[in-house]
Design a binder for this molecule. Sequence first.
Ligand code: HSE
Length: 349
Amino acid sequence: MPTRVWRIGLVGFGNVGQGFVRILARKREELRKRYGFEFKIVGIADPIKGSVYDSEGLDPKLLVKLVDEKGHIKDYPGGRKDIDSLTICRSGDIDIVVEVTPTNIETGEPGLTHIRVALEHGKHVVTSNKGPIAVAYPELKELAERKGVMLRFEGVVLSGTPAINLALEAMAGVDITKVEGIVNGTTNFILTKMEEGMSYEEALREAQRLGYAEADPTMDVEGWDAAIKAVIIANVLMDARITIKDVEREGITKITPEDVKEALRNGQRIKLLMRVVREGGNVRASVKPERINLSHPLANVVGVTNALTFYTDHLGPVTIVGPGAGRIETGQAILSDILAIHRYHTRFR
Ligand code: HSE
């Protein structure tokens, strides 16, 4: 089996970055045996958790231990500490940049600059950052193509549950006319917990503790996160050119535990539903809470689980159900994209 050592740099070491490194720490040997995939984590840059760079490679187990015990990696023994995110994006020493800084839905920054610089410098980029993909997908795609590198972003929708690459790769050739479902883990978790008797605030705190919520949880509960996913689905899977302002949006902040229980007494559940519909050259997108009957297929999608149905010409409806958020779950999205880059560069050439 062809093997290759990939030199990886992480920009951001929050929930997703840590989840990804945790997987690498656990599966190094298995990844080598099953896929011929070997790696060195050459650098990590995070303004809060700390930055460290070592051309010889950092120890993923030690990184995990430090972040678990101290909450940061500033005391990592050895390596250079005087680096920042752009050092990683420009480094001639790195093959793949993993961009996992928090999402900014308006400007896509700082992720957008990180991704642009990394692609300009000929690096493959893997990201779960929704902002840059929603704001600048056509430009970034063109840049990656021009530079002969890959830009992959499975984690932007439904964490590691295959959604983006399922549509782009596994279902290549279909026309998608509509996509609908539950695309925010935090709000679905809160709605489920409220049904079980928790208050809204307690449920949100729990979603934050479990690493589901955005750095700013307003993004989740006001429907912005689901709306930006709608933009990505429209622009990436339906060739639309919409922005977040085009999405009709309502969150769950006005919904009380009483509303949730009252719906249940009437054989219904409240769900935050996203819809993207293509009609001719027009794409409409919306996110809003709706009451659906318990017999509806989405009614039993509870907790952090999400679901999406793609309406296609060749296959009819194709539905996926799986985790919508989480550290390991989104770390898995990063891993699957990196393994796709590895597969492409070791098998198909
Ligand atoms: N905050 C997001 C969610 C993370 O709860 O779904 C995954 O995009």
